[in-house]
Design a protein. Structure first.
Length: 350
């Protein structure tokens, strides 16, 4: 029996003992997924142009003799295309096989984080090293029960570290397929909507499932700290004065890394919106037409008077009464015992 086949056999027996399975999974932490990998192409202007056209980004920094590549292209220069890379490690495949044999057969990408240390320019030769950075304990989500697997890739340009890319997936057993197991719904605390300077209590929902958690990282932690204090904070560039949201490590107008947090008034209007009909999810109750049912609700792009836009929910009117141009004001909605979220209450029909 090959090493991989033996590992898969052990994984199948570990399904009934989560602790034993987790011990096997933890042994993959630190194992390489790529060592001294080489990008198939130098950083080049045609790929930069195609990327910018696809993203609708016409920033002048990405054109001309002194062009740099958009920072978010970091991973693109490492990708192997249809033919793949031949110098990768088998560690990730072995980890996936172990989970699949234990019944965690589905996968969904959850988030990625990138850190940029130096710009990439046409002509740079890209090399990279990858590893399995962490495997979480078993988690129960709306999709099902499984394990979060985080990989990290260090990307170098002509031998100099240019950035780091972390990618996280959930390998899980679909909830509908589980005969038994931990309940997917968790108890939640009382829910209230709080406007700046006042409160408006709503009926408690002690058994409601939790809203999905936002990803909090070092780039946006200050925003969520502000929300916890009932302050809606945006960033303002210290070099050119441009306001920005969502929070970013650098200015998208001049590239300066210097910024300060600014509290906004909470006044704005609906710039655009969509109405969510399906799937219905009880954790989003009270965003619909004033009932406990998780029926249709409006998701809007709110234009704040300070000149930035943010995605949020419109409350206070039925979803079919939301209109472009409708004035709104900020409130903070408590969704469970841990989280409050900024939402916007309609002040008229625009």
């Amino acid at each position: 029996m090959s090493g991989r086949s033996a590992e898969r056999g052990r994984g199948a027996r570990a399904d009934g003992d989560p602790d034993a399975l987790y011990a096997k999974l933890k042994r993959f932490e630190g194992r390489a997924t790529a060592t001294a990998g080489v990008g198939k192409d130098l950083v080049n202007e045609p790929m930069i142009r195609h990327w910018c056209e696809a993203m609708g980004d016409d920033h002048p920094a990405y054109r001309g003799p002194n062009a740099v590549a958009p920072p978010t292209m970091l991973q693109a220069w490492t990708m192997g295309g249809l033919s793949g890379h031949t110098d990768g490690s088998a560690a990730y495949g072995e980890l996936s096989a172990l989970l699949e044999d234990a019944g965690y057969t589905s996968i969904v990408a959850t988030d990625c984080e990138q850190e940029y240390l130096r710009p990439l320019r046409p002509g740079d030769r890209i090399t990279f090293d990858g590893m399995i950075e962490s495997v979480s304990g078993r988690k129960t989500t709306k999709l099902g029960t499984g394990y979060f697997v985080t990989t990290r890739m260090d990307v170098r340009a002509d031998g100099e570290l240019a950035g780091t890319h972390r990618f996280r997936v959930l390998k899980y057993a679909p909830a509908a397929a589980r005969a038994s197991g931990p309940a997917s719904a968790e108890a939640a605390g009382a829910r209230t909507a709080t406007a700046p300077g006042g409160t408006a209590a709503e009926a408690p929902a002690p058994s409601a499932p939790r809203r999905p958690r936002p990803v909090v990282n070092r780039d946006n932690a200050g925003f969520w700290e502000g929300v916890a204090a009932h302050r809606l904070l945006i960033q303002r560039c210290e070099s050119c004065g441009t306001p920005r949201f969502p929070w970013l490590p650098g200015c998208n107008a001049c590239g300066s890394p210097q910024w300060r947090a600014v509290e906004v008034s909470g006044q704005g209007s609906v710039y655009s919106y969509v109405v969510m009909h399906h799937p219905q999810f009880p954790a989003f109750a009270r965003l619909g037409q004033g009932s406990d049912a998780a029926g249709p609700y409006a998701v809007a792009l709110i234009e704040l008077v300070e000149g930035v836009r943010m995605v949020s929910n419109v409350i206070g009117v039925p979803y079919d009464k939301v209109r472009i141009g409708m004035p709104v004001r900020l409130e903070f909605l408590r969704v469970d015992e841990e989280w409050e979220l900024p939402v916007f209450r309609a002040e008229g029909e625009g």
